[in-house]
Design a protein around this ligand. Sequence first.
Ligand code: PMT
Length: 399
Amino acid sequence: MIKKTVVLGVTGGIAAYKACEIASRLVKLGIEVNVIMTKSAQEFVRPLVFQSLTNRPVATDMFKAPLSWDIEHISLAKKADLFLIAPATANIIGKIAAGIADDMLSTTVMATKAPVVIAPAMNTAMYKNKIVQKNIKDLSDLGYHFISPGEGRLACGDSGVGKLAEVDIIVDEVIDILSNYPKDYKDKKIIITAGPTREAIDPVRFISNHSSGKMGYSLAEAAAKRGADVTLISGPTYLKPPSSCKTIFVTTTEEMYKEVLNLYDESDIVIKAAAPSDYAAETISVNKIKKTQDDLSIKLKLNKDILKELGRIKNKQILVGFAAETVNELEYGKKKLKEKNLDMICINNVSKDKVGFGHDTNQITIVKESGEEKVFPLITKKELANLILDEIKDLMTES
Ligand code: PMT
């Protein structure tokens, strides 16, 4: 992540403790985090916690001796690449909406030109209150970003909407806004496949693999954010389908084949991050196979190779494959690039620590049809997704 500064405003609510995790996660991503706490926030968490997590002084009081010769609220307002308020109470939202600046946080947020992201957290009735909702709408209309609270049991004992959004969601939103990705995929139709496929053996068992879908879903989300018209074709996963693209769910390799082929003609780019099962049972037992013998043989038949077929009938499309290998990854990956008539392949050695199946991180080598090779470091799949899209963009401009 490029060097950026986030000013994190923490207001007084029980969710203030979650702001510690937000601060820590942003710091780990290499972001400088400057925390401003309101008086009531300090009743829930001590400034020392944030000071230790961010390795920066915490601003708490307008009238304390300044930390630098700049007027502090102005200098923080200027420094911010992004201003995040989490948790945000009804009080701070009301103050910002009404233009009231009477403490360190409200004066700084009023003085900033940076994008302001607000993550509300409060009691359900307060959140649904018409004045609060009007304030949120007015601020949204003025360009303030809101991260909707989640639903669940609240600290006050009530159940309903008002819980601070998940830390993951808040951190992702901050990174997205800071990254400020260009809409360089506008008008491009992309098919992205993700996850495993399942081949039934009998009504209760199947053959599959450890793909979680994280790599493919990260690519789909990133491409949609960059303006692409994305169709995600997904095998069974536990992931929430991205709201930014159309998702088609499949179970078997044959079903994935049909869905991909159906959309192939009208697509510009296909990225095959899925791990389709190469084999299926030759016959699927109608009833559950009983444990009547010591060993059991199941005859498997080879499934269609979706990517190979796409390569065979390719006309204008840019075709990107993955290769999941455990040994000789470069050799096998390059062979797949050629045999499947691909424009680019992302090769991962899935026997390495934190690489490939199920992890939030991945490490790949990209090889292009031109012979160009690039080794990428071990990074999150979300970060990697954008780097893969940068490489595909180069292919688009070359063709
Ligand atoms: O889902 P995650 O947990 O995030 O893990 C990510 C991943 C490890 C699944 C991903 O990074 C990855 O490597 N995907 C490809 C997995 C795979 O099937 O690799 P392969 O080397 O067996 O296949 C080569 C290519 O052919 C792949 O693009 C694959 O999608 C495609 N293929 C394979 C078999 C088949 N029957 N049809 C295909 O189209």
